[in-house]
Design a protein around this ligand. Sequence first.
Ligand code: MRU
Length: 338
Amino acid sequence: MKTAHLEWTADRSLRMLDQTRLPTEERWVEARTYEDVAEAIRSMVVRGAPLIGVVAAFGMAMAAASAPDSLDEAAAALRATRPTAVNLSWAIDRMLAFAAAHSNPHDVIQEAERIAVEDAAMCREMSRLGAELMPARGGVLTHCNAGALAMVEYGSALGVIRAACEAGKDLHVFVDETRPFLQGARLTAWELQRLGIPMTLITDNMAGYFMQAGRIQAVVTGADRIAANGDTANKIGTYSVAVLAHEHSIPFYIAAPVSTIDLRCESGAGIPIEERSEQEVTHFAGVRVAPEGVHAAHPAFDVTPARYITGIITNAGIARPPFRSDLERFVKGVEAVA
Ligand code: MRU
């Protein structure tokens, strides 16, 4: 299995393009054990909800191949890396269930590869469906990075924009820089530039200005976890963008695979929010910008209440308010096929 940023090698290691170094350096990191994989997820060498699920599946495959009795330990270590993205637990649970029924490590590796292949197919399908919702021309704002880098390939929110452009729509993307980790400035801008899609990079606090000026006709972002009622966790700052979009009557869409829907979470109140290091806020590119001794908060995600969401684009269809019945139908449909 090999994509532009992920490779499962013949000697059972996982090579990952290091997303902490982009766009200045294209450096690859190699993981040989599940502990290496857990560290790559924790340090954000790989990030994005669907991608960390896929990578964790390969971590589980490594554990199954080297010491099958370490699977529970591997699951716990991988699960603890990043709590908000449900795709991580989803992939780990699927691997645990598969390994319990199949003792041959080769089969377990194939299951991880299947998760990767399915992820790619889900992206294509949701992008195709979501492209229809994009305006024929105009500005589309996105927050964080929900492009190919956050998945196996193609992307979710960026996939929707990409598919719309491929279908001939004339879009201009407004890219929120996404403080503090700068996924927008570093990764989304890098991807759009390589795709040749016109864009303007803005700081997060400029979104309202451009909406008020009539430059943004739609917003589309990814998701880390979607609760049964449609409340959606995504990168910190998404909630502010959704409220602004609502104020300006601009449609606000979420694009995510069905594996991001968590029906066990009744509402956003049940979604755990990852707290990351305050250093990522007090420092910029490794340089301290706040006075010595100042403390900072760093919730890495926030929850956008369902009432601000116009539609949730998934590979199984587009969920519309009040969301619950559509989301349940999509998840049950996928379970029935599996
Ligand atoms: O902290 P990150 O970079 O992993 O956060 C990523 C996001 O918030 C994405 O929007 C989300 O995971 C969806 S990626 C298709």
